[in-house]
Design a protein around this ligand. Structure first.
Ligand code: NAD
Length: 359
């Protein structure tokens, strides 16, 4: 039965395919822009400069200094450049870190953004910005933050290393899993979520075997598009809160943290999510949390927070922070159960069995 709901779809234009970099110039013209600043990390500097060259007079500069967690000090530098070069539009080419820098500038200036994602993180489809001041990451949501155009180019993802592809794909799946049981879920987003999980669960093992498998790469990028749409449309719950806390407290790598926590967060919530759990069972089998744990193993991902740098002494602090200003969650947050969840994730143990009470 379709539940009562309210759904506001985000505006935005998506160009998806192979070799779509060739479409960037037309998209700039379509937006009526003439003075574009390109943003990237150091790792993508060459790609950003090559694109700037290809754009000719449409590009007025390249800033290759994006870094993880969007520190305001970096944003301030780019703001200066935006003024000096009289920039009228932004292109971010890279993963969530670069996309975050573009969003930070757009929030301050309302400049139009064209985003060319190279990971599966999904930030390009959300009006959410996380930025860091003095080591504290704060999140805000604003329509100005949502990019105007997203250009998905399968070719750009071929260089994403197998391990990062796996972790980033699990990061995308996490958006879809939490969208399925979001408080403000709706049947359209649930459809996208289930399809996103299915597509990624099928494509990621193929990428792990052969990172150059173009058909698998195309599927995974499509899955990232679906899952990013979910992230931008409905609220997230315990899983995203835990990852936010762990990333902030211990500077853990973003995508890898998501991959480790997801089976545990789903196991924690499963008995409380009713029909949403049935949707997940349709795509992941009778035990979705165990299936995600197995998928991580198949992809060669770490199971333990210990392996990615979290100290055991941090478990209590992480549990306390997760209970402070909590996100809405389908199952009430119980300190001892959250602590036990974190202890299992720290040690790399499988998620707790949740079979009692499953619909
Ligand atoms: P990232 O952007 O930090 O990239 C990780 C690494 O991969 C970097 O070294 C990067 O240079 C490299 N890389 C990226 N694409 C590559 C490619 N195609 N080939 C080779 N190397 C490549 O990582 P991420 O996981 O994409 O993004 C994480 C950041 O995004 C975090 O700060 C997170 O908070 C943010 N994020 C925000 C939202 C949102 O809605 N606001 C959503 C998801 C993630």
């Amino acid at each position: 039965m379709v539940e009562a709901c309210t759904y506001s779809a985000n505006p935005g234009r998506v160009v998806f395919g192979d070799d779509t970099l060739g479409r960037v110039s037309d998209e700039i013209a379509r937006l009526g822009l003439k003075r574009i600043l390109l943003l990237s990390t150091r790792a993508h500097e060459r790609a950003a400069c090559a694109l700037a060259q290809r754009l000719g007079d449409q590009a007025v500069g390249v800033f290759p200094g994006a870094v993880v967690h969007t520190p305001v000090a970096v944003t301030d530098k780019v703001m200066e450049l935006v003024r000096q070069l009289d920039v009228d539009g932004l292109i971010a080419i890279g993963g969530g870190s670069t996309v975050g820098l573009g969003k930070a500038i757009a929030w301050r200036t309302d400049l139009p953004q064209i985003v060319i994602p190279t990971t599966y993180a999904g930030s390009e489809l959300t009006p959410i910005l996380g930025e860091t001041v003095d080591g504290t990451k704060t999140t805000r949501t604003d329509a100005k933050i949502l990019p105007e155009v997203v250009i998905y180019d399968v070719d750009l993802t071929l260089t994403l290393p197998a391990a990062l592809s796996a972790a980033s794909g699990m990061n995308a799946i996490a958006h879809a899993v939490e969208a399925c049981y979001a408080r403000d879920r709706n049947p359209l987003i649930s459809l996208l979520a289930v399809e996103g999980i299915a597509v990624l669960a099928e494509a990621l093992p193929r990428i792990a075997v052969d990172p150059q498998d173009r058909s698998a790469r195309r599927s995974a990028l499509y899955g990232a598009w679906l899952c990013g749409t979910c992230l931008g449309a409905v609220g997230m719950a315990l899983h995203h809160k835990l990852c936010h806390v762990l990333g902030g407290l211990f500077s853990l790598p973003h995508a890898e943290t998501h991959a480790i926590i997801l089976p545990h967060a789903l196991a924690y919530n499963f008995a409380a999510i009713g029909e949403s759990g049935v949707n997940l069972q349709k795509v992941l089998g009778p035990d979705p949390a165990a299936a995600l744990f197995s998928l991580c193993a198949q992809l060669g991902l770490e199971h333990s927070l210990r392996e990615i740098g979290m100290p055991q002494s941090g478990i209590d602090e992480a549990a306390s922070r997760s209970l402070a200003n909590p996100y809405w969650n389908p199952r009430p947050l119980e300190r001892s159960a959250i602590r036990a969840l974190l202890a299992r994730a720290w040690a790399g143990e499988p998620p707790e069995s949740y079979n009692q009470g499953v619909v």
